[in-house]
Design a protein around this ligand. Structure first.
Ligand SMILES: [Zn+2]
Ligand SMILES: [Zn+2]
Length: 222
């Protein structure tokens, strides 16, 4: 229940609003940062499954401070306790905020599997530029990592698989195969398209990305 809250549009908007208001600075250590993606919010009254739907706690400006992801981990002592070995599939349309969701939840030593990032790793291109001719190689690495997760190979803590997964049957089959929990980033098509318009990095690839968004919504099965 907490995880789906962090995937919600209400949370994404609240997070950006607070960071924009308070500036690019961690209120825990005082350091400045270059990008809002490096920051998250920490709840002073900790969120629980019982209070998460009470917006006077979960979405209250006075109940949050802006912090680095690593300071946030420090505040919660996330790495001093042995963490569960969870496997999660984060799915939803392009520009739904899947990556920023994972950034908020991921711990050091977790495994993150994302086609866009694998593309970037082997092409030296920014992660929005994905040349078709590399697809089979990128898919090869991707499948290998999914196999590693399936067999629990390696010493990773939790694993996060990021993707569109519009097709319900494929998505549920993958979740079954991996023993994973599905987490949906539920964002409307209008919202995705308006984010694309505002996205400077994708400025020269808007048509291509509009195509990805159209495709996802035409294939999506709830
Ligand atoms: Zn900090
Ligand atoms: Zn916190």
């Amino acid at each position: 229940m907490l995880r789906s809250f962090y995937a919600s549009l209400a949370w994404q908007k609240f997070r950006l609003l607070i960071i924009n208001e308070r500036g690019l600075r961690c209120q825990h250590c005082g350091e400045r940062v270059a990008r809002s993606a490096e920051l998250t919010l920490h709840h002073l009254i900790e969120l629980t499954p019982e209070n998460v739907h009470d917006t006077s706690i979960s979405l209250s400006p006075v109940n949050v401070i802006v912090v680095h992801h690593h300071c946030h981990n420090e505040i919660h002592h996330r790495f001093s306790v042995r963490r569960e070995r969870g496997v999660y599939i984060i799915y939803g349309p392009p520009l739904a905020g899947k990556m920023s969701y994972v950034r908020e939840c991921v711990g050091r030593g977790d495994l993150v599997v994302d086609m866009d990032r694998l593309y970037a790793a082997v092409s030296m291109l920014p992660d929005y530029d994905k040349p078709d001719n590399l697809l089979s190689n990128v898919r090869g690495i991707h499948n290998l990592l999914l196999d590693n997760i399936k067999t629990r190979y390696g010493k990773w803590h939790s694993a996060w698989v990021i993707g569109g997964y519009a097709d319900r049957y494929k998505r549920e089959k993958l979740a079954d195969d991996l023993g994973a929990e599905l987490i949906f980033c539920d964002v409307s098509k209008e919202e995705c398209l308006s984010r694309l318009e505002l996205d400077e990095a994708r400025r020269y690839r808007r048509d291509e990305w509009r195509g990805y968004i159209d495709k996802w919504f035409s294939q999506y099965m709830a």
